[in-house]
Design a protein around this ligand. Structure first.
Ligand code: NAD
Length: 412
């Protein structure tokens, strides 16, 4: 696994270029993603070594005539189904812990962005991973993903993708009582209180929603801003957002490339036009940038005058679209933040750390960010609740996904 990481670092710019061509993200972002990919393999290499030391740890029992311990064993052959937004990184969040646990894996990358996963297979071959340990199965969801999910010889499915596909995977695993872990969508809130440094709060708000073109499951795409600072805050937010550089993702300084596909482009524009027709106000963006007449580019968009029943407020857009509502009290902010079918992430921005602590405890989310949005560390658990799925990736929790626990009790 360390050799895989080393090769990926050596070939970082080639991997990053492929990723840009496949999914349109800015080149420097893709380069940072490759560092995270290599770091993830190294992290799970360390955990794999630690795992050996933990085997057979004795369990203390109330009777001296028995002794017990636990063996952690690889769960078997695992099916890993991944999305297109971080093509190699999302795949690595599954492949690295699965290999560390000793599982053989079949990875089904997204049909929209499979190239870097195929390159990963080459790297594995180069470093001597035995044939058959990691297999890459390309193809469409119904043709390649569905048979994998329902195959009786696949012992577990780890899935990252949309809620609709997650439901299908769970249904097809049910008759086989096959374990699944699901990392699904989100519609995460960011709550900004009046006591903040406005510029810092604007920066985190923009980053939280527009990074990777908003094509992040944890994007904080619902902004709740306290009424007393709303006008000033929104003025700065709109001004800065208009300056985000949208361009060819290979161009220096690019922050927003094209969205992934025609389907996604049309879907995002439809979300925006429906919101407009329902009475929402577009504060900026809302269309294709005027300077780019080719490619699936969409301006970073901020939408106000939203009713909470609107689709744009309730459904995951998965594009560069930020929706705004104001609040007056902490209770009101919390109630609006938690009023979602999803529960992946939530962010609070405030200088009052006691308030942050209260919000942290009350947020319905698997991930809470305090005075920031989106930082992600391999060491921390990642995943959500409610319709955002269940199970956790990354950290030691990610390894447990691929281990089964065997209890051994001996009479002495
Ligand atoms: P998607 O559900 O369309 O596809 C995901 C994967 O599932 C692809 O590989 C696809 O080919 C496969 N698939 C499609 N139909 C299938 C079926 N019937 N059976 C088995 N596999 C099938 O999702 P997407 O559009 O690739 O990704 C975007 C979604 O992923 C968003 O909803 C986003 O929030 C979510 N996501 C979640 C996380 C997280 O950590 N929670 C991370 C990234 C993306």
């Amino acid at each position: 696994m360390r050799a895989i990481a080393a090769r990926i670092r050596e070939r970082k710019s080639q991997f990053a270029k492929l990723e840009v061509m496949d999914c349109g993200k800015p080149y420097d972002e893709a380069t940072w993603d490759m560092d995270d990919v290599a770091g993830c393999f190294e992290y799970y290499a360390d955990l794999a070594e630690g795992l050996d030391a933990k085997q057979k740890a004795p369990i203390s029992l109330p009777m001296e005539s028995f002794k017990s311990y636990v063996l952690k064993e690889p769960i078997g052959v695992v099916g890993l189904i991944s999305p297109w937004n971080y093509p190699l990184l999302m795949a690595t969040w599954k492949v690295a812990p699965a290999l560390a646990a000793g599982c053989a894996a079949i990875l089904k990358p997204s049909e929209l962005a499979s190239l870097t996963c195929l390159e990963l297979a080459d790297v594995c071959r180069e470093v001597g991973l035995p044939a058959g340990v990691l297999n890459i199965l390309t193809g469409l969801g119904p043709e390649a993903g569905a048979p994998l999910a329902s195959h009786p010889h696949v012992d577990k499915i780890a899935f990252t993708g949309s809620n609709a596909t997650g439901q299908k995977i769970m249904a097809s695993a049910a008759p086989l009582v096959k374990p699944v872990s699901l990392e699904l969508g989100g519609k995460s809130p960011i709550v900004v209180f009046q006591d903040v440094d406005l510029d810092k709060a604007v920066e985190w708000t923009m980053f939280g929603c527009f990074w990777t073109n908003g094509q992040i499951c944890s994007a904080t795409s619902r902004l709740l801003v306290q009424e007393s600072i709303a006008t000033e805050f929104l003025d700065r937010l709109v001004k800065w957002t208009k300056n985000i550089k949208t361009s060819d993702p290979f161009e220096e300084g690019c922050r927003l490339g094209p969205v992934i596909s025609r389907g996604q482009y049309e879907k995002i524009l439809k979300f925006i036009s429906t919101a407009k027709s329902e009475g929402a106000t577009i504060l900026c963006g809302g269309d294709r940038p005027k300077h780019l007449n080719k490619g699936y580019f969409i301006e970073p968009t901020i939408i106000a005058d939203i009713d909470r029943t609107m689709e744009i407020w309730r459904e995951e857009v998965f594009g560069p679209v930020l929706c705004i509502k104001t609040f007056s009290t902490e209770e009101e902010a919390l109630e609006m933040a938690n009023d979602s079918q999803y529960a992946l992430a939530a962010a609070v921005i405030s200088n009052d750390l006691e308030r942050c602590e209260r919000m942290t405890q009350a947020f319905q989310a698997g991930i809470v960010w305090v005075n920031c949005s989106q930082p992600c560390f391999t060491q921390n658990p990642w995943g959500g609740n409610k319709h955002s799925g269940f199970g956790r990736e990354l950290g030691e929790w990610g390894l447990e996904n691929y281990l089964s626990v065997k209890q051994v009790t001996q009479y002495i």
